[in-house]
Design a binder for this molecule. Sequence first.
Ligand code: NAD
Length: 439
Amino acid sequence: MSTFQNALEQLKRAAKIINPDADLLAVLNQPRRTIEAAIPVRMDDGSLRIFHGYRVQYNNARGPYKGGIRFHPNVDMDEVKALAFWMTIKCAVVDIPFGGGKGGVAVDPKLLTAHELERLSRGYVQAFYEVIGPTLDVPAPDVNTNPQIMGWMSDEFIRVTCNMKHVTQDEKEKLKATFTGKSVEQGGSEGRGEATGYGGFVVLEALLHNSTHPPLKLRGGEEGLPTVAVQGFGNVGFYVAKFLHDAGYRVVAVSDSQGAIYDKRQLGMDPDSIMKTKKAKGAIGGCYCVGSVCDCENYTAISNEELLELPVDILIPAALEGVINQNNASKIKAKVILEMANGPTTPEAESVILGRGGVIVPDVLANGGGVATSYFEWFQNMHNEKWSRERVLQELKAKMEKSFTAVWDSSARHSTDLRTAAYSVALEKIAEAATYSAE
Ligand code: NAD
């Protein structure tokens, strides 16, 4: 099944149990709007290359479309539709006034120079500026896009808009809210960089330690501390590993696109020191590390597939979709899977893992801290406010704990798994907001 088919299968499975409004189900079976664009980019050698860009506006019943922009060779319409669908569900689960959208460009950005990357980023905005804006559709970073790229995009959007019509200084300030995940210097929010990882950490802690719920029995490594493996050591994977390490968890394996490392003694790795080594070889295009977690000595090199099958308590996929699938589901030993990537577990694999008593904390809850903080950034830009990092993380913690409790209670009410429970929470909220054209 394709990624989008997997997403709709999740919706179908949840619908069987929670019996949502039939009209809403019909609406959510496809995106409201899909847009494809050719993005011409002048390369440094003077040649012209045409890249394929996508924007999917899935549903805006609850507010402006919201979702990141991915730069990756495998980006296609099917993937962007799935990611936009998940954003629709996620924004409702974490209860922010946004709908779901997503975007991407089919490109290996590591093959571009810094200037080419900037031109591509600005080219994306030139292709889609008519359909985005603070109250229309609000993009953000995703795989291979970061604050630097959001900064170029935000700057380009403001430039194009101001060229087309008269804009007051106050309106110009508000235009910054079109892109979230910007650097603080360009109007981004304190705490946005670490927000997705922190949100996942808060949700995991709520699951494991909330005294009102039966505690989960974990195997634990040395000294009984929970062991963790993280696939994907990018923005999300690094920060979730860092928060867990700082809280005493044993991070025993991490990986990136070049491979994985495993601490066989299960003593735990320090994510900061691994990131330092990974960055030591410098960056491509001013954005992407040349090095890898594999440059760290003292650990055993393993493959990304082997990492998923390690005997750990908590497995955190934080890279791409479909990595836990029917080929490896029966070999996954972790008790808890914290889905920090979007769509890492296929429906077939989910059945196998739940069937053996595993717990899957679904993406639409686990990684919702990113978009929740994007909402805080949007809010600050729209109201000309600046919040401290402390305030951002405090508000985020409260939001993630509340979202966890809503999902947990829904799972008890429907006697079902956490994904179905999260869909139930989301569909109720979207149904309340949805209106159809005859009304
Ligand atoms: P990123 O580009 O910062 O990092 C991605 C990491 O995954 C990199 O370390 C890369 O080397 C690694 N990777 C790529 N292919 C891999 C493979 N086959 N095996 C192992 N590792 C691989 O991206 P990110 O922002 O950290 O996003 C990671 C995931 O989290 C994505 O699924 C994204 O949609 C999701 N997510 C991101 C945010 C956010 O705020 N950035 C929010 C919610 C969800």
